[in-house]
Structure formats: structure tokens, C-alpha cells
Design a protein around this ligand. Structure first.
Ligand code: FPP
Length: 269
């Protein structure tokens, strides 16, 4: 091979950026635009292990996790996912070392400040679910601001689950409904799935179609227990900070190759 041919080969054929780009186009071409999950939920796991493997502080894992949040949010816009929900902080995460909780809350505030432009650019509406009153007042204020500023955006709803726990959500729902029964506003016979849905944090969101969890863990971890009733579950070993568009497209393709029967037989579909 001549030097010129070798250079051409290295630059254009084996250039990692071009290889990744080609793979992206190949995956994107295969995605069926008509069966995109309407609601994608993600348990973003593995930030700590990512940092540890690189000899870094855990906070660096979370910081790099925000880059993956940006990439995946943009990828969802690109393929027209209307609802994306990210598990950013669970009720159980309050039990982490104080310094890590503080760092995560600071990261939330700085990310919100920074990403408002991106949300607007892509016409994304921000939403938050969870016991938001438990968040530090700075985080509550920033969240309220960004939610207000993006409320008229229509392309995608990005929901951050913050101080969120599904059992807490269901407990709160039962309390609210019981109180209405006690006051005579609802009779017990009228309690149905729709009414329960309407009392959940997720009342404005459809059921989850696809749940992705990164980092090799295969658990639901108190996330959207009611809303995941018929979701397809997808687990990957990739750690969240390493999770890319291509990984997401692979997950979508895997989802599109599944038969969702919702309790029916194949023949009935
Ligand atoms: C789980 O990894 C991740 C979290 C508890 C936090 C998720 C937060 C981010 C991705 C960054 C901030 C996000 C926003 C929206 C600002 P882990 O720490 O449990 O990892 P490990 O299991 O490897 O320890």
C-alpha cells in the first residue's frame, strides 16, 4: 500500500470518529420511526464505578454522567421520543454520604442553569417528579424557573425524578384518595386505575414503554413501579457516563424487535 493510500485508509476508514458516525447512521437507518417508544425511562447507574475505575472521585462520575444526560436527551429528540424520564436522585439516595448528596444537588443546580439553552433549542419541556419539597431551596427555585421557562415547549417532555421513590408516591396517592373518600368527594366504588393514575406524580405522562438500566444491575430500585406495569426492560453493562447515542439506538432496536402482547396471544395481535 502506498503512503498516500495508507494515510487515506487511516484518516477515513479507521478514524474512530468516522467509525462511530458510520455505526450511528447504520443503527439510525434500521430504527422504525413508527414504533418509537412513547415513554422511555432510564435508571442512570454506574457513575461511581466509572469514576473508581479511573482512579477519580465519585463526583467526577456524576459530572461525566451529565454529559451522557445531554447526549441521550438530544438523541431522544432526534428520533422523536415524546417522553423521557430520568432517575436522577431517589428517596434512598438521601442516605449517601452528606458530601456526595451536596455535590449532586450542586450539580443539579449548575446543570439546570447551563442546560436551559439546550432545552429551549430543542423545544423540550422540563418536568420533575418526586418529593420536591425535600430538595434544597436553591434546587427547588432553579427547577421551578426552568419548568416555568420551558412550559410551552412541545417537542419532548423531559422528566427528572428527584427525591423520587415509587412506594412514597403510591403511599401519597392512597392518602390523597382516602382523604377525598373521607370528605365524601369520591365513593370507594369509583376508585379505578384512571383515578389512581390521576393522583400520581406522573399524571400527565403515559405509561412507560421501555426502561433502560445501565451498569449491569438488573433491578427496578423503587422506580415507577405502577407506570412500568407493561414496560419492556433493557439492561446493559455500559456504565452511565459511557452511555452514548449508539447504545441508545441499540436499545431501541432491541425494543422494536420484541413482541408486546399486553397479556394477549401472538395471534390476537
Ligand atoms: C447512579 O450512579 C447515579 C446517581 C445516583 C445520580 C445520577 C445523576 C447523574 C447522572 C448526574 C446528574 C443528573 C442531572 C439530571 C443533573 P451511582 O452513583 O449509584 O454509581 P455506582 O452504582 O457505580 O456507585
Amino acid at each position: 500500500m502506498s503512503l498516500r493510500a495508507l494515510l487515506f485508509h487511516l484518516l477515513l476508514v479507521e478514524n474512530p470518529v468516522i467509525v462511530i458516525f458510520k455505526e450511528m447512521s447504520r443503527l439510525l437507518e434500521q430504527i422504525n420511526k413508527d414504533t418509537i417508544p412513547q415513554h422511555l425511562a432510564i435508571i442512570m447507574d454506574g457513575n461511581g464505578r466509572w469514576a473508581k475505575a479511573k482512579g477519580m472521585f465519585r463526583s467526577m462520575g456524576h459530572e461525566n454522567g451529565t454529559k451522557a444526560v445531554r447526549e441521550i436527551t438530544e438523541a431522544c429528540v432526534e428520533i422523536n421520543v415524546p417522553y423521557l424520564t430520568l432517575y436522577a436522585f431517589s428517596t434512598e439516595n438521601w442516605n449517601r454520604p452528606k458530601i456526595e448528596v451536596e455535590l449532586l444537588m450542586r450539580l443539579l443546580v449548575s446543570s439546570l442553569k447551563k442546560e436551559i439553552k439546550l432545552l429551549d433549542k430543542h423545544n423540550i419541556k422540563l418536568n420533575a417528579i418526586g418529593n420536591l419539597d425535600a430538595l434544597p431551596s436553591k434546587a427547588q427555585k432553579e427547577l421551578r424557573d426552568v419548568i416555568e421557562k420551558t412550559k410551552n415547549n412541545t417537542k419532548m417532555t423531559l422528566t427528572l425524578a428527584l427525591s423520587y421513590g415509587s412506594r412514597e408516591e403510591i403511599t401519597k396517592t392512597i392518602q390523597e384518595i382516602s382523604l377525598k373518600v373521607k370528605k365524601g368527594l369520591i365513593s370507594p366504588e369509583n376508585i379505578d386505575e384512571k383515578l389512581i393514575n390521576n393522583h400520581l406524580y406522573t399524571q400527565d405522562l403515559p405509561d412507560v414503554d421501555l426502561l433502560i438500566r445501565t451498569s449491569g444491575e438488573q433491578r427496578i430500585s423503587n422506580f415507577l413501579l405502577w407506570q412500568l406495569a407493561y414496560a419492556e426492560l433493557y439492561f446493559t453493562d455500559v456504565l452511565w457516563p459511557d452511555y452514548t447515542k449508539n447504545h441508545l439506538f441499540e436499545a431501541i432496536l432491541n425494543y422494536q424487535n420484541r413482541e408486546r402482547r399486553f397479556g394477549k396471544t401472538s395471534e390476537q395481535l
